[in-house]
Ligand binder design. Structure first.
Ligand SMILES: Cc1ncc(COP(=O)(O)O)c(C=O)c1O
Length: 459
């Protein structure tokens, strides 16, 4: 038996049988049972979902998943950066089971819930900034963004919101209106929420300003807001908030240069504009800090959280300066926010992330990045390797000189890795993203990367 352990030596992913951290594919993909389920799915489930290959989940353990035909895969997706503690972490399972026996739901909007108070206290402690804060619980990332949008407008009495090109903040009307990662997300949904403007994002590999050196790119984008947008489009005293993903996720795992966040914070301070950081994908230890914005020492006024917070239970939250939470009783609420099972999972998840998984994300992330970096020399089609901790991206290009993304080749690599037993996801036009569970160990990381190299060597 192999027991995966976190750096504190505690069991993290339960017991794996010897050799269970390698792929085992022994049927066609999908297999006969999976095929039947996909056929039924096609009859009754919306075609708008974005399935790129036919993985039909049966069960999961740690970083491994099994399909309904008994094939075993390494999971570098963690259900899109959600399963921070891996699949079915025994302590999360236990916490949810124990809570389910006590009560499952009791409307945090209308009643007081002790565990939700404990979680809110923890979130106030672990978010950046040594000032008083308050928490609003949601059920998802998009709902956290909606709450932050409403809070900014309510608190400031100003109408306008600014976000960045390439951003993804969600798919409900407000968050979709802030987003601009793909026009498909907006097609046939116009008109969107009004009063939203998009600024250029300092993408070092695909710079919006051709002649600006990377180390000055962040400042150049902030200058654009100040000198162009504030001059021609909107007065700063009408801006209720600036929304930014700490690291762009769906847009392609894009890490901004170091001068960006200090300049953006300074701009917001000068015009009394709340800075809202979307940590839905980058938060909860994934980058090696609890929140990615901490890498730049900047304290946002509002932090939006979801995905990794509850190891797979649907939960989100915003954590805002207490001085901003000026909305009165009834101004915003929901039915499920602070749901007891999600809260139990979140309290346990945060304990495990603080207790070692965050450090593990640094160690294993560095280990992976070292190997990924060798790919730039090794493969003519690997243009860029980037990221922090276990939020890593590899951009596939058709031409290293022009940096033109190769969308089809990226999809082909992802599909062929699936066929060999590794689950991956794309991000942006041509990036492969790595967002595995934070319990990933170096041996399993190497198994997954070896699968990729096998596929890429044959291209
Ligand atoms: C940065 C970011 N914000 C918001 C969202 C929306 O979260 P959800 O899908 O839970 O609504 C996502 C989802 O991918 C995201 O990556």
């Amino acid at each position: 038996m192999v027991m995966q352990t976190d750096v504190a030596g505690k069991p993290t992913s339960g017991l794996l049988e010897q050799g269970e951290n390698t792929p085992d594919i022994h049927s066609a993909l999908p297999g006969p049972i999976g095929e039947q389920i996909i056929e039924r799915d096609e009859q009754v489930v919306s075609p708008s979902y974005t399935r790129s290959y036919p993985f039909v989940m049966d069960h999961g353990k740690g970083c491994m998943v099994w399909d309904v035909d008994g094939n075993r895969f390494i999971d570098f997706t963690a259900g899109v950066a959600v399963l921070s503690t891996g699949h079915c972490h025994p302590e999360v399972v236990k916490a949810v089971q124990q809570q389910a026996e006590k009560f499952i739901h009791m409307a945090g909007t209308d009643f007081y819930l002790p565990n939700a108070v404990e979680l809110a206290e923890t979130l106030c402690r672990v978010t950046p900034g040594d000032f008083d804060k308050q928490v609003f619980f949601t059920n998802s990332g998009t709902e956290a963004i909606e709450a932050a949008m409403k809070l900014c407008r309510h608190h400031t009495g100003r109408p306008v919101l600014i976000s960045f090109l390439g951003a993804f903040h969600g798919r409900t009307y407000g968050s979709m209106s802030l987003s601009s990662s793909k026009s498909l997300h907006r097609t046939r949904y116009q008109p969107l929420v009004g009063g939203i403007y998009h600024a250029p994002f300092p993408n070092p590999y695909h710079s919006p300003f051709a002649n600006v050196p990377t180390e000055q790119l962040g400042r150049a984008c902030v200058d654009y807001i100040e000198k162009t947008m504030f001059r021609h489009l909107v007065s700063p005293d009408e801006v209720a908030g600036i929304f930014v993903e700490a690291i762009q996720g769906e847009g392609g795992y894009v890490v901004p240069p170091d001068d960006f966040y200090p300049a953006l914070r300074e701009l917001c301070d000068r015009h009394d504009i709340p800075l809202v950081v979307d940590e839905v994908q980058s938060g909860i230890g994934r980058t090696g800090k609890m929140f990615a914005i901490e890498h730049w020492g900047v304290e946002p006024d509002v932090v939006c959280i979801a995905k990794g917070i509850a190891s797979g239970l649907p939960m989100g939250a915003i954590v805002a300066r207490k001085s901003m939470m000026t909305w009165p009783s009834g101004a915003h609420a929901n039915t499920y926010g602070g749901n007891a099972l999600a809260v139990a999972a979140a309290i346990t998840t945060l304990r495990l992330v603080e207790g070692g998984l965050m450090r593990n994300a640094v160690t294993v992330g560095e280990h992976m990045q070292k190997r990924l970096n060798t790919w730039i020399e090794r493969y003519s089609f690997v243009g860029d390797v980037r990221g922090m901790g276990l939020m890593l991206g590899v951009e596939i290009v058709s031409d290293k000189a022009t940096r033109a993304g190769d969308h089809d080749l990226r999809d082909r690599i992802v599909d062929e890795c699936f066929a060999k037993g590794l689950l991956l996801l794309g991000a942006g036009p041509a990036t492969i993203r790595f967002c595995p569970p934070l319990i990933l160990d170096e041996a399993t990381a190497d198994e997954g990367l070896a699968v990729m190299e096998g596929v890429m060597d044959s291209i």
